[in-house]
Design a protein around this ligand. Structure first.
Ligand code: GLA
Length: 357
C-alpha cells in the first residue's frame, strides 16, 4: 500500500466503491523506533516517533450482519460476520478492531495507506488505531487514546497471532512526528520529548522482505521470558546487575544481554547532556546488539546500516522494528537527510528506498 493516502483518480473512493458517502473518516500514523528495541515485552523503555505516513479509513453502516472491508490500494475486498475474524491478510487487523471495538452491526470500511507494509514501520498498528478511532468518531467506542492502543494490541494477540508488546500501538495512538515518545511500557507513563537538537530522522527501507518476522518474534519473546524466569525476575527490566545474565546458557545469555543493555541505552539517552552525537553512538551500539546478541538483523540491513554509519553527516544508524529485514533509521545532521539518502542508496543498490523525510 505504498500509494498516496489521499485517493487519486486510479484508486476508487468509498463513494465509488460502496455507492454512497461514508459516515466518518479517521487516520493514524506509522512509527519508527529510535531506541529501545525488543524491550517492550520485558517492561522496558522505548523511544519511537510517528512517521508522516498515515493509514486512513472511511466507515459507514451497511444495514447487514456482515462487515465489508475494501483495501483500495490493493483493490481487495474481504467480507466477514459481525464479531468474527477475516480469513487472512490485512482484513484480520480490521476484523479484530471492529470486534474488540464493539461494532454491533455491519460496517463498510474503505482503507487507504501510504505507510509502507512489511517494513517494520507499524502499518498494522496504524490500521488498527485508525479503525478504532473511526469507531470512536461513530460514537460506538468510548475510549481514551491509551485504551485504543491497548485494544489494538489485543487485536494482534487474539486475531493475528503475534505476541507483540505495546510500543507500536501506543506510538500510533499518542506520538507525533515532531517529537519522540518516551514510553515506560510497564506503567504506560509517557512524555513527548524534543528530538536531539541539530538532527533529523532519516528512514530507509532496505527492500528486504520480513519473511521470518512472526515466528522469529514469538521465539525471541519466549527466550527472554525463560531468561527472566531463570534469573528470578518478573521481567528483564528488573535485572539489577547486568553481569548476572552472563551465567545463563546460550542463547538465553545473548538474548537477555541485548534486552538489559538496550534498556540501559535508553536510560543513557535521557541524560541531560545527551546531544545528537551521543544519541547516535547509542543507536550504533543498539544495532550491534540486535545483530550480534539478539540475532534479528539481516546481512543486507547490516550493509545499509554500515553505509549510513560511515557517512560524515550521520550521527548514528540502526535497524528498527522487529527486524528480519525492513527499514533502518538514522539520526542525521539537520537538513542533510535527503543528501545522505541519495549518497548511501547509490552505494547500497536499487532495492533501497527513502521513506522519511
Ligand atoms: C514489533 C512489535 C513491538 C516491538 C518491536 C520490537 O514492532 O510489534 O511490540 O516488540 O517489534 O521492538
Amino acid at each position: 500500500m505504498s500509494t498516496p493516502a489521499t485517493p487519486s483518480a486510479s484508486i476508487p473512493t468509498f463513494e465509488q466503491h460502496f455507492g454512497r458517502a461514508p459516515q466518518v473518516t479517521a487516520s493514524a500514523p506509522g512509527r519508527v523506533n529510535l531506541l529501545g528495541e525488543h524491550t517492550d515485552y520485558q517492561g522496558g523503555f522505548v523511544l519511537p516517533t510517528a512517521i508522516p505516513q498515515v493509514t486512513t479509513v472511511a466507515l459507514g453502516a451497511n444495514g447487514t450482519r456482515e462487515h465489508r472491508v475494501f483495501a483500495a490500494d490493493l483493490n481487495e475486498q474481504s467480507v466477514f460476520a459481525v464479531g468474527g475474524n477475516a480469513e487472512g491478510g490485512f482484513a484480520r487487523y480490521v476484523a479484530g478492531a471492529l470486534a474488540l471495538g464493539g461494532a454491533p452491526d455491519g460496517l463498510d470500511v474503505h482503507v487507504t495507506s501510504n505507510v509502507p507494509m512489511g517494513a517494520g514501520l507499524s502499518s498494522s498498528a496504524a490500521l488498527e488505531v485508525a479503525v478504532l478511532r473511526g469507531l470512536r468518531d461513530l460514537g460506538i467506542l468510548d475510549a481514551s487514546d491509551e485504551r485504543i492502543a491497548l485494544i489494538a494490541q489485543r487485536v494482534e494477540h487474539e486475531f493475528v497471532g503475534v505476541q507483540c508488546g505495546i510500543m507500536d500501538q501506543m506510538a500510533s495512538s499518542v506520538a507525533n512526528s515532531a517529537t519522540m515518545l518516551l514510553l515506560d511500557t510497564r506503567s504506560l507513563e509517557r512524555h513527548l520529548l524534543p528530538l536531539p537538537a541539530g538532527a533529523e530522522v532519516l528512514v530507509i527501507d532496505s527492500g528486504v522482505p520480513r519473511k521470518l518476522a512472526e515466528s522469529g518474534y514469538n521465539e525471541r519473546r519466549a527466550q527472554v521470558e525463560e531468561a527472566a524466569r531463570l534469573l528470578g525476575v518478573t521481567e528483564l527490566r528488573d535485572v539489577q546487575d547486568p553481569q548476572s545474565v552472563e551465567a545463563l546458557p546460550q542463547p538465553l545469555r545473548e538474548r537477555a544481554r541485548h534486552v538489559v543493555s538496550e534498556n540501559a541505552r535508553v536510560q543513557a539517552a535521557l541524560a541531560a547532556d545527551v546531544d545528537a552525537a551521543r544519541f547516535g553512538v547509542l543507536m550504533n551500539a543498539s544495532h550491534a546488539s540486535l545483530r550480534d546478541d539478539y540475532a534479528v538483523s539481516h546481512p543486507r540491513v547490516d550493509a545499509l546500516v554500515a553505509l549510513l554509519q560511515a557517512h560524515a553527516d550521520v550521527f548514528g544508524a540502526r535497524m528498527t522494528g522487529a527486524g528480519f529485514g525492513g527499514a533502518v533509521v538514522a539520526l542525521v545532521r539537520a537538513g542533510q537527510a535527503s543528501a545522505v539518502a541519495q549518497a548511501v542508496l547509490a552505494q547500497y543498490g536499487p532495492e533501497g528506498r527513502q521513506v522519511v523525510p
